[in-house]
Design a protein around this ligand. Structure first.
Ligand code: PEP
Ligand code: MN
Length: 362
C-alpha cells in the first residue's frame, strides 16, 4: 500500500521536474530575446538594479516551505546562467583552449619546431654580457646540434642597483652571433615601446615572469607575427597564466610557447618551486607547447639535470637552462648557470634520456 503511494508521489515529482524544465527553457528563450534587444541598443547585459527588483518581487510572493535565503540562492543561479546565455561564446571558450582548437599548436622558429612531439632544448646565458661570452656559448651549442639560444638584453632585476642588461646593444650582439653560428634568438622584452626594435633582432620575444600580467605588453606582442615565449608569473595561478596567453592570441598572434619557471612558495630550499604538474595540465587545457625552465625554477646547479629529466618524462616540449663560459663571474644568476663542460655533460645525459623516452612512447 505504502509503496503505491510512494510511487505516485515520485511520479508527481517527475512531472513537476519536467514542468520546471519546460519553464526554465521558456525563460531562457525570453532571456535570449532580451539579449538581442540589448545588443541592438548597446546596453550592458548585466543590470544589478533589475536583478534586485526581480528578486524582491519573487520573495514578496514566497511563503514557504523553503527558506527565503534558499529561494534567493536558487533564483540567483538562474539569473547567472541566463547572463552566461547572453554572453559571447568566446568569453567562455578561450582561444588558447583545447576546446577551441583540439590539435597541438606547433611554433616554428626558423624551420625548427617546438610542439611537434620532439623534445628540444633552449640554452644560453642568463644575460648578454659581451660578444665573446655569447659567442662561446653559441659555439658549444652548435657542437651539440642545438639552434635555439636564449640570452637577456633587458634584465628585470629585483634590485635597481643590479646589472640591468646591455639593452639594444645586447640585442645587436645576439643577432651578430646568431648570424655567425646559425642560432635562433630568444630574448626578453620588458616594455611595449621596445617591441618594434626587438623585431629586427630576435626570433622569439620572451615575456618574463614579472611581466606575465603586463597586459599592454601582452597585447603589443600579440599584434606582431613573432613567436612569443610567455613565462609563468612568480605567483600566478595556472588560470592566470592561461589568460595571459589568451591576451596574446586574442590580438591575432597564435605562435605562443608557455614556460613553467617555478612559482613562489614557502619552500626556501630552491629559489622557486617547480610546479611540474603544470606541464600536463597546460597541455591538457591548452593547445600550446610547454617549456620547463630548470634554471629559474630551482636556482641550483645541482638540480638542473634531475628537474630537466622530470620535465622530459612528464612530456615538456622543451627544456630551458642557462649556460655561461665562467658562471663564477656572471653578472646575473651566477649560482645556477652551467659552465661549458657541465653543459656538454647535461646535454649528453638528456640526449640519452630523449632517445630512451622516444622508444618507450612509440
Ligand atoms: C629569464 O629567463 O631570463 C628570466 C629573467 O626568467 P624569469 O622571467 O622566469 O624570472
Ligand atoms: Mn637568469
Amino acid at each position: 500500500m505504502m509503496t503505491t503511494e510512494l510511487t505516485q508521489l515520485r511520479n508527481q515529482i517527475d512531472e513537476i521536474n519536467l514542468e520546471i524544465l519546460k519553464l526554465l527553457n521558456k525563460r531562457a528563450e525570453v532571456v535570449q530575446e532580451i539579449g538581442k534587444q540589448k545588443e541592438k541598443q548597446g546596453v550592458n547585459r548585466f543590470d544589478p538594479v533589475r536583478e534586485r527588483e526581480s528578486l524582491e518581487a519573487i520573495l514578496k510572493h514566497h511563503n514557504g516551505p523553503f527558506e527565503a535565503a534558499t529561494i534567493q540562492h536558487i533564483f540567483k543561479e538562474i539569473f547567472k546562467a541566463s547572463l552566461e546565455l547572453q554572453e559571447d561564446d568566446h568569453r567562455k571558450t578561450l582561444l588558447v583552449s583545447r576546446k577551441a582548437k583540439p590539435e597541438n599548436t606547433i611554433v616554428n622558429i626558423n624551420g625548427e619546431a617546438i610542439g611537434d612531439g620532439e623534445q628540444r632544448f633552449i640554452m644560453g646565458p642568463c644575460a648578454v654580457e659581451s660578444y665573446e661570452q655569447v659567442k662561446e656559448v653559441a659555439l658549444a651549442m652548435k657542437q651539440q646540434g642545438l639552434t635555439m639560444m636564449r640570452g637577456g638584453a633587458f634584465k628585470p632585476r629585483t634590485s635597481p642597483y643590479d646589472f640591468q642588461g646591455l639593452g639594444v646593444e645586447g640585442l645587436r650582439i645576439l643577432r651578430r652571433v646568431a648570424n655567425e653560428t646559425g642560432m635562433s634568438i630568444i630574448s626578453e622584452i620588458v616594455t611595449p615601446e621596445d617591441v618594434e626594435t626587438a623585431l629586427d633582432y630576435v626570433d622569439v620575444i620572451q615575456v618574463g615572469a614579472r611581466n606575465m600580467q603586463n597586459f599592454e605588453l601582452l597585447k603589443t606582442v600579440g599584434r606582431t607575427n613573432k613567436p612569443v615565449l610567455l613565462k609563468r608569473g612568480i605567483a600566478a595561478t595556472i588560470e592566470e597564466f592561461i589568460n595571459a596567453a589568451e591576451y596574446i592570441l586574442a590580438q591575432g598572434n597564435g605562435q605562443i610557447i608557455l614556460c613553467e619557471r617555478g612559482i613562489r612558495t614557502y619552500e626556501r630550499a630552491t629559489r622557486n618551486t617547480l610546479d611540474i604538474s603544470a606541464v600536463p595540465i597546460l597541455k591538457k587545457e591548452t593547445h600550446l607547447p610547454v617549456v620547463v625552465d630548470v634554471t629559474h625554477s630551482t636556482g641550483r646547479r645541482d638540480l638542473l639535470l634531475p628537474t630537466a629529466k622530470a620535465a622530459m618524462a612528464i612530456g615538456a616540449d622543451a627544456v630551458m637552462a642557462e649556460v655561461h663560459p665562467d658562471p663564477a663571474v656572471a653578472l646575473s644568476d651566477s649560482a645556477q648557470q652551467m659552465n661549458i663542460p657541465q653543459f656538454h655533460e647535461f646535454m649528453d645525459e638528456l640526449k640519452t634520456l630523449k632517445e630512451r623516452l622516444s622508444k618507450t612512447l612509440v
